[in-house]
Design a protein around this ligand. Structure first.
Ligand SMILES: Nc1ncnc2c1ncn2[C@@H]1O[C@H](COP(=O)(O)OP(=O)(O)OP(=O)(O)O)[C@@H](O)[C@H]1O
Length: 729
């Protein structure tokens, strides 16, 4: 079987290392420098106190959510989890007592062999719940073939689980190891095997192992599984497949959104992502319904499971209509749709995740101007939110028809609009009489322009306009990483030193080399490593809440042993291990990762889309996300991570972790050119410019107010030190 060629996105050619000559002093060595730097984190003149946004609640959220109490007070056995797994859960994850709301629906559905479409907020336990359910289905039987004696018992069936990146596969493997007793399976391979690229094991060898010991759960990245399929189709064990599950399905299927351009749609049709090619190939052999090549008698349909925090409508429609892999029988599909709009997502995260945007100029750093303070944009803002809901609407609700069939949600959103124009008496009457659809609202002449992302960033500009966001921001001489001046890294280092206690993650755009950024932070005296859970024992530490991570070998300097070190060196090492650690990875590798000790997420530059922003923000406040959804009676018992290795074992106060996490976007300040004042979109002296504008848009779409970075007191103190430092200089 030959699948379409896919670009090697995982193991690309390694770039030559470029020696760094940093013009900046090592930050950690000078606390005063850090304070001085922090003092320059001043505030935009635009930003007042953060306004409480009168943000409309989505009424559907409440009405759709059934009474949860009885769900949470169940235990895992009652849902069908095998007693052995439930026991291991109690022993290894002692604080995971009651299932979350989505788990209470996911687990029985998986066990009953139903197809599942699941959407719930990040950190609600989707992946964990799926793993529990799949492990509970483990049954062994005699090996097929001529030599049954060679492998006396093997799992009877296989579930294929596709994940977007290797870290997530390793996380699942780590969890499985905690749940399956070593006494029963000293080698985890028959229970769960992982197929990844770039591990050093040739694919032929992996295929041979899988043929010899077909696993109960086969986890792999899409690219690795495609390579395996091309190397040895039989190694996938298609005849024994019972389930095919896709975690982070929207990412893996890459279905263009409702506002995708023709070009994007053409590209998707012409070059389907690897996961899609693989699914199609598997489904052609194991289709949902009998076909000319698969007779009714031999027909044995696969169970299909698709999950994501952002499983939006285009993806669901695609799965249902194009991929045609969902049951058409009554009760054959379980749709679990708990958090279904971006607004609701942000509302659930409120108080658990704080958002900041630092705009780094040549001389100073300031906050982004709060999106909520701009009354002129309010009219457009509400309509934008309606439009987001149009895209993110609930699973069974059809699109509003093109002829303008009224949409009750639009009516609700309109009535709570903060828009000055929408508040006018005439508007209110109009809304009462005939609710508008979002599309109608958008076309309303009195409401001002909708400044949609599409219009902002990809409209073909007419001759009098120039691109709103310059494709390549002007670079200066001292930029070690093009387009990202060193001040941006200094700012992150300063924020890390001041605000982070244990662990932070920095997401960099995919075109930026993680290794170079690690080196750069090393030069600033920051404990920085590439986030790679596969590079040794350290990965386990990250998952368990410890920060003793192992990074790619090239980034870890060789240290002498304790005996070889003098007391000074030992003291320095102790100090170093106590300082916060920064893990560096690129934007696409965030999804699904669960790092218990994480308190801060930094983004280098604006997030490419709201979806990716939500996933990156979703690495934070995960414990709170679980707590928030859990009935008060159960709340005290919920926790994260395996017992004995979790936060408590890692020596930190769990209470502290429950406090809000911080997602800090660091962007480069770009001066608005004079010609921009005349622009129809994005022009005008009161409008933001560059990436700052893009970030403000994301906040606006989520309905969040960015926080102010430093309090007044800190600012004064820092300023004093900054002056002192300047005097010295
Ligand atoms: N019922 C539960 N009670 C308490 N903790 C739980 C429960 N289920 C899972 N957890 C913990 O919650 C964390 C997050 O789980 P998981 O990664 O499965 O969430 P997710 O919904 O898949 O997140 P994402 O959307 O980011 O992939 C894990 O550390 C897991 O141990």
């Amino acid at each position: 079987m030959r699948l379409p060629r896919v670009p090697n996105s995982i193991a690309g050619p390694s770039r030559p290392r470029i020696p760094l000559s940093l013009p900046i002093n090592a930050i950690h060595s000078s606390a005063r420098y850090v304070s001085a730097r922090a003092a320059r984190i001043t505030h935009s003149p635009y930003v007042g106190e953060a306004l409480p946004v009168p943000f409309p609640q989505d009424p559907r959220a409440e009405s759709r959510t059934p009474a949860r109490t009885e769900v949470y007070l169940q235990d895992f056995e009652a849902l069908g989890i095998k007693p052995g797994i439930a026991r291991a859960l109690r022993e290894s994850f002692s604080q995971v007592v009651h299932p979350t709301f989505c788990q209470a629906q996911l687990i029985p559905a998986v066990l009953e062999g139903k197809d599942v479409l699941l959407r719930d907020i990040t950190g609600s336990g989707k992946s964990f719940g799926l793993l529990l359910a799949l492990l509970s289905r483990l049954r062994k039987g005699p090996a097929p073939g001529k030599h049954p004696g060679r492998t006396p018992e093997i799992p009877l069936e296989t579930a294929l689980l596709l994940v977007p990146h290797s870290n997530l596969a390793l996380q699942l493997q780590y969890w499985a190891r905690q749940l399956i007793p070593v006494s029963l399976f000293p080698d985890l391979a028959p229970v769960l095997s992982v197929v990844l690229r770039g591990t050093g094991t040739p694919m032929t060898e992996l295929a041979e192992r899988l043929r010899r010991t077909p696993p109960h759960i086969l986890v792999g990245t899409a690219t690795a599984l495609v390579e395996l399929a091309e190397t040895d189709w039989a190694a996938l064990g298609i005849p024994r497949l019972r389930t095919i599950a896709v975690d982070e399905a929207d990412d893996l299927l890459g279905v263009p959104g409702v506002f995708a351009s023709r070009k994007e749609q053409r590209n998707f049709a012409k070059h389907p992502p690897p996961a899609l090619s693989l699914l199609r190939a598997i489904l052609s052999e194991r289709p949902k319904r009998p076909t000319s090549s698969v007779s009714r008698k031999s027909h044995d349909p696969l169970q299909a499971i698709f999950m994501s925090a952002t499983l939006n409508r285009p993806v669901r429609e695609f799965i249902k209509l194009e991929l045609d892999c969902l049951s058409r029988e009554k009760g054959g599909i379980v749709k679990v749709d708990v958090v279904n709009t971006r607004r609701e997502f942000a509302t659930r995260m409120r108080g658990k995740v704080e958002h900041y945007c630092l705009v780094v100029g040549e001389e100073s750093v300031r906050d982004v101007r709060s999106a909520s303070t701009d009354t002129r944009l309010n009219g457009a803002r509400q309509e934008d939110m309606d439009e987001e809901d149009l895209e993110e609407g609930d699973m069974d609700q059809p699109y509003p028809s093109a002829n303008g069939t009224p949409n009750p949600d639009a009516a609700h959103a309109g009535s709570t609009s903060p828009s000055p124009s929408a508040d006018s008496p005439q508007q209110k009457t109009a809304q009462k009489e005939e609710p508008e659809t979002p599309r109608q609202a958008r076309a309303h002449p009195d409401r001002g322009h909708i400044i949609h992302e599409l219009e902002l960033f990809s409209t073909p500009l007419d001759a009098s306009e120039r691109p709103l966001l310059p494709l390549s921001l002007p670079s200066t001489q001292d930029e070690i990483i093009p387009n990202y001046p060193s001040q941006m890294f200094e700012t992150i280092a300063a924020a890390l030193a001041l605000d982070v206690r244990r662990l932070a993650v920095l997401f960099v755009p995919p075109q930026v080399s993680v290794r170079r950024v690690v080196d750069l932070f090393g030069g600033l005296g920051v404990r920085a490593r590439g986030l790679d859970l596969g590079s040794g024992e350290g990965g386990r530490g990250a998952l368990a809440g410890s920060t003793q991570l192992v990074s790619s070998p090239s980034t870890v300097p060789q240290r002498p042993s304790q005996e070889q070190q003098g007391p000074e060196a030992q003291a320095q090492e102790t100090q170093e291990t106590q300082s916060p650690e920064l893990l560096i990875t690129s934007f696409p590798h965030s999804r699904g990762l669960d790092l218990p000790a994480l308190s801060h997420v930094f983004l280098l530059g604006a997030a490419p889309s709201l979806t990716s922003y939500l996933h990156m923000a979703g690495r934070l406040g995960r414990r709170s996300a679980l707590l928030a959804g859990v009935d008060a009676a159960a709340a005290g018992a919920v926790g994260m991570g395996p017992a004995g290795e979790g936060p408590a074992a890692a020596g930190w106060n769990e209470e502290e972790e429950v406090g809000p996490g911080k997602i800090i976007t660091v962007v480069k300040e770009v001066m608005r050119p004079a010609w921009a004042d005349d622009l129809r979109y994005g022009g005008g002296p009161d409008q933001l410019w560059g990436e700052e504008r893009k970030v403000a848009r994301l906040y606006r779409m989520m309905g969040v107010v960015p926080g102010r970075w430093a309090g007044e007191g800190e600012e004064d103190e820092g300023e004093g030190e900054a002056e002192e430092l300047e005097e010295e200089e």
